[in-house]
Design a protein around this ligand. Sequence first.
Ligand SMILES: *Cc1c(COP(=O)(O)O)cnc(C)c1O
Length: 221
Amino acid sequence: MISKANYQKVLADLAPHQTQLVAVSKTKPNEDILALYQEGQRIFGENRVQELVPKQEALPKDIQWHLIGHLQSNKVKYIAEFVDTIHSIDGLKLLKEVNKQAAKHDRTINCLLQFHIAEEESKFGLSLEKAQELLRSEAFGNMQNVTITGVMGMATFTDDQAQVRKEFQALKSFFDQLKDTFFADVDSFKEISMGMSGDYAIAIEEGSTLVRVGSLLFGSR
Ligand SMILES: *Cc1c(COP(=O)(O)O)cnc(C)c1O
């Protein structure tokens, strides 16, 4: 069951900032996704390839699918034909594979560099140094089938709002530094993917352009 009221509330919160919504539908059935689709939602996010593939096959073809969870290189081939944006690029090896598989389908895949901003060690992601190294590499310079459209991060799971805000500010500052150094004249580098059900309001205040909201729309998992 989706909450239309929460959906409208989130859209209203995002509208003044022109922030876009990725509706995170992981673990939820196709009928729930269709219900939100019928409300007008077109961008959906999934965190597992095994779940994304059958959903993409079954659901309307004008859905823009975003892969938001950790991605193993050997699974890129299953989504390369259709995925719009991958939020979880955390190394050159993965990016190379995305580029290679996208080329096979004569497509360009949008990619966000995922940063480690949380205190928890378990969360994946790059440091600023690693991201700079990747963007300076010759291998990256030769890639024709990926577009780096921005950055992504997940804040610590905590009630401490000051902590969450600080982490979002860190991600914004990584975005700004990469923009200055590598993408000053590149309009497509514009996305800051941050904010989930519990912290999207803070994320918007700190400059999020894409929030990834699941349980607020679809109910708890
Ligand atoms: C599940 C998930 C979300 C959405 O989380 P909610 O708390 O349900 O809004 C956002 N981003 C990532 C990477 C996720 O895995």
